[in-house]
Write a protein of this length. Sequence first.
Length: 347
Amino acid sequence: MRATVIHAPHDIRVEEVPDPKVQLPTDAVVRVLRACICGSDLWAYRGESARQPGQRIGHEFLGIVEDAGAEVNGFKAGDLVVAPFVWSDGTCEFCAEGLQTSCPQGGFWGSVGSDGGQGEAVRVPFADGTLVKLPAAAASDDHLLTALLALSDVLGTGHHAAVGAGVKRGSTVAVVGDGAVGLCGVLAAKRLGAERIIALGRHQVRTDIARTFGATDVVAERGEAAVDAVRELTRGQGAHAVIEAVGTEQSMRTAVEITRDGGAIGYVGVPHGSGTGLDLSVMFDRNIALRGGVAPARAYIPELLPDVLSGTVDPSPVFDLTVGIDGVPGGYKAMDERTALKVLVKP
């Protein structure tokens, strides 16, 4: 089969690799129908996170079960499934607590020795604890499949940020970052009942999507100018809940400065750069809480799935470029150059 591998910074290739097979009785093999490129994949592409030459890449996919091990009880060949971006055994204490990202036997797609999501098929460890079954009819609905793919990562990650920030009905929310995760944070805040949602972003195509998703205001400034703009919109007080979806020192500093006293920041931007931008004394003095981290997407899929199936929540607009498997290297280039927001892959 063909799969995407990374050899060096800016060197993404699609190569022939061995077909995945059931290796353990808890495994399944999934033929990929939809995959995508994540903003976090760009850190490897840019050389900011280490990868071994020839390592697989990609962690978001859905598809059809082709084979299942003897101990897999919840799935059979022909089932349509979505995979969260981390596999997990479903039986440990962390999985029972809804923190599958801390499963001792879990792992990330594309890690050394595992398949990546940007390929034609994937071996899925612990299929019963990892995969979520989707309605079979969705396989013939192209738009719905695209929306469902967001459950593998960005929609659950945006939701995780909104939950961490304490978004509730009537909240004023600010979202730092206009990438796919930030936009899904807007969608999640709207779903949770936020009354006002301020999207911080400079790219009109993206902020137009934010407005479609429920943003009531857009702030295009950065740094102190952005802080001043948000405070002006909130009578000088800041937002009850702030979603930080970038991961840089500047974005975290902005998040702290636009949070209302007694408010909270939900941070899901993968940290990168020279520091965190956190001044704990400021957060202490102003009673600002900080929650977030790697989103346990598997825990959120059952909650979010009905709204995606009904169309109440539709994250599909974050996918603005579609490529086949051979177009994946160009998709990375497009996202790196910010000519694409999020690339959909149809193997």
